[in-house]
Design a protein around this ligand. Structure first.
Ligand code: NAD
Ligand code: UDP
Length: 325
């Protein structure tokens, strides 16, 4: 009860709050009793529909704004969550310079705001900082194997540069920074047009279209359900959590071929699979070592298995798509 009363005094800003993860976070903060949640989003990949149910809340405010262009905020601000950035390779490669600016210039603007307001600030980094990892599972001390000069670089290097800024704003100005490195996360409120593998496969299966497997489909990913990520984000903002990067993901590893098979089985779809060329620099393996998260986030670990998460996500797309079979 005491905790709830304390949170009513909190004012939080969520950059990228109308996106897939951001909209779940805004909802969770409001449910926890935050006094005000300010959602800032340029709607590049986010959608008003993701936060439509929150717009009538007196505790929620939405601003269509690009964080590349600075961000004046009047009044007190206690927490900043920096989720702004398209996460799907298809989306972030549409405008690579803007993607890079969002991570680097956008981070500078939000870090300056945190410095001015004395706010705690969290950055959603990514497993992409490990690039085409040569060790598996990846832990936080691995420096990665990233191509700085390719089609994924705007995202990977933008996130790496932003991590550097978070490190330096903490060291030089004492800003209270947090960083999580998120591994592939999926769930309801992903856009059907997002382009990432889980939403693509589900949408293709429900539409009766071929599932597009890139390469030979033996590459692996480890998929985390969105509610597990949100719990980790909330815990990362607690007192006493270290400023360095923390992996957040589900260590259950699966090949893209096996994921396609599972989606076909769970949707009951008769879609065929087709093989497409593997995009440049597509990592072969991705699996998080979450030992650090378990130790610094009060024993946090993912609790939603792949079948359960897929079934929730399939149900979401069935309800939210017109062209279902
Ligand atoms: P998303 O594309 O659904 O959401 C990103 C949101 O940021 C969108 O609403 C978009 O409109 C907004 N945005 C982008 N550029 C902006 C700008 N310049 N100014 C203001 N708003 C801007 O992606 P998501 O999956 O919700 O990812 C959220 C964050 O988590 C991203 O920073 C992403 O890099 C990070 N992340 C996600 C995953 C994942 O698997 N979901 C994995 C690693 C990291
Ligand atoms: N992928 C695929 N078919 C698709 C979309 C993606 O086979 O329609 C592959 C992609 O090449 C990668 C994996 O699935 O090997 C995960 O891709 P995603 O875009 O979801 O995220 P990434 O981990 O590559 O950032």
């Amino acid at each position: 009860m005491q905790k709830q009363e304390w949170k009513t005094n909190l004012r939080a800003l969520v950059a990228g709050g109308a996106g897939f993860v951001g909209s779940h976070l805004c909802r969770r903060l409001l449910q926890s009793g935050y006094g005000e949640v300010i959602c800032v989003d340029n709607l590049q990949t986010g959608r008003i529909a993701n936060v439509a149910d929150l717009l009538c809340s007196p505790h929620f405010r939405f601003f269509e704004h690009d964080i590349v262009n600075g961000l004046p905020v009047s009044g007190a601000l206690h927490e900043i969550y920096h989720l702004a950035c398209p996460a799907s390779p298809v989306q972030y490669q549409k405008s690579p310079i803007h993607t890079f600016k969002t991570s680097v210039l956008g981070s500078i603007h939000l870090l300056e705001l945190a410095k001015e307001k004395g706010a705690r600030i969290l950055f959603t980094s990514t497993s992409e900082v490990y690039g085409d990892a040569q060790v598996s599972p990846q832990n936080e001390s691995y420096w990665g194997n990233v191509n700085p000069f390719g089609i994924r670089s705007c995202y990977d290097e933008g996130k790496r540069g932003a991590e550097t800024l978070f490190h330096d704003y903490h060291e030089e100005y004492g800003v209270d920074t947090r960083i999580i490195r998120i591994f592939n996360t999926y769930g309801p409120q992903m856009s059907a047009e997002d382009g990432r593998v889980v939403s693509n496969f589900i949408v293709q299966a429900l539409r009766g279209e071929p599932l597009t497997i890139h390469g030979d489909g033996t590459q692996t990913r480890s998929f985390q359900y969105v509610t597990d990520l949100i719990e980790a984000i909330v815990r990362t903002m607690r007192d006493g959590v270290p400023h360095g990067p923390i992996n957040v993901g589900n260590p259950y590893e699966i090949s893209v071929n096996d994921l396609a098979e599972r989606v076909l089985r769970m949707t009951g779809s008769r879609s065929p699979v087709v093989y497409k060329p593997l995009p440049q620099d597509d990592p072969c393996r991705r699996r998080p070592d979450i030992t650090l998260a378990a130790s610094v986030l009060d024993g946090w670990k993912p609790v939603v298995g792949l079948d359960e998460g897929l079934s929730q996500t399939i149900a979401y797309f069935r309800q939210n798509m017109n062209q279902v079979v």
